[in-house]
Design a protein around this ligand. Sequence first.
Ligand SMILES: O[C@H]1[C@H](O)[C@@H](O)[C@H](O)[C@@H](O)[C@H]1O
Ligand SMILES: [Fe+2]
Ligand SMILES: [Fe+2]
Length: 322
Amino acid sequence: MVHAPEITDYIKTRAKAMDEVSDQIDEVNLLKLKQNAKAQTEKSQQDDNDFEGDSKFDSEKDKSVFRQYENACDRVKNFYAEQHTKQTLKYNLRMRKEFRETTRARMGVWEALELLNTLVDESDPDTSVPQIVHALQAAEAARKDGKPEWMQLTCLIHDLGKLLCFFGADGQWDVVGDTFVVGCKYVDEIIYGPESFKENPDYYNEKLQTDLGIYEEHCGLENVMISFGHDEYLYHICKTQSNLPKEGLWMIRYHSFYPWHRAGSNAYRHLMVEEDEQALKAVRAFNPYDLYSKSDAPPNVDELKEYYQCLIKKYFPEEIEW
Ligand SMILES: O[C@H]1[C@H](O)[C@@H](O)[C@H](O)[C@@H](O)[C@H]1O
Ligand SMILES: [Fe+2]
Ligand SMILES: [Fe+2]
């Protein structure tokens, strides 16, 4: 039997022991929490570093069969003739003002993707499948390579700006195709070269046909007008309505800017600032998922829907203003 004074002693020692045990438990928990946090930071750092690693999904592919513009079909050639003729400086100034002042539609990201189900890109020599297929091919390739979630999502949505085709665009010349800088000399790296601008009035304006044109040296790509289309349009939507990292935003904004980012190009370097080097790295890391996934088997939209809807929720609100 334990008596009164002893009870208190007993209770005290028990309590002390309990305290010690719970201290230990707390310590174990704290340690676990710390370990978890450390693992998470390491994981996210790993994720972030990982986005730049070389693509692997395309290792077996013959890359030389993509982007063959010289022997492309008439649909592609006619597209560029029209785009190079109509993307004038004046047109670009007008578009930039106009598109920011209007909301064309309100809908969620997945809904927007489903709308692209009916759109085939006339400028593309490498694919003639509906754009939702291209979106999922690009995203699935990034996922297969273990790229971070934000990059998988960027791959999924990168061409959503082509929705402009449904919002009263004048055709496709003002929405799709490679982009280039307007307001300065047309560089050799542009598809079909500077001569393909012969019907464009800017071609005959001497002030616009110097290396700098209307720009200052190293003014930064941010301050340069790149021909208007799905990249620029979607970039502004994502910048103001998503929490995608800046790398994802760069991938979207410059993915069609092949004269600048394609392998071996040195074009437009005199307009860049230091940060644009980072952007270039990001866009080059993204490019294989956009380009080389075009020859992959078409993915099953219904099967993938849930996974990507979850990803979308992490970075976008339910409804977007388009
Ligand atoms: O989505 C477009 C399209 O597929 C074009 O054909 C290509 O030239 C662009 O660079 C790309 O962004
Ligand atoms: Fe694109
Ligand atoms: Fe694309």
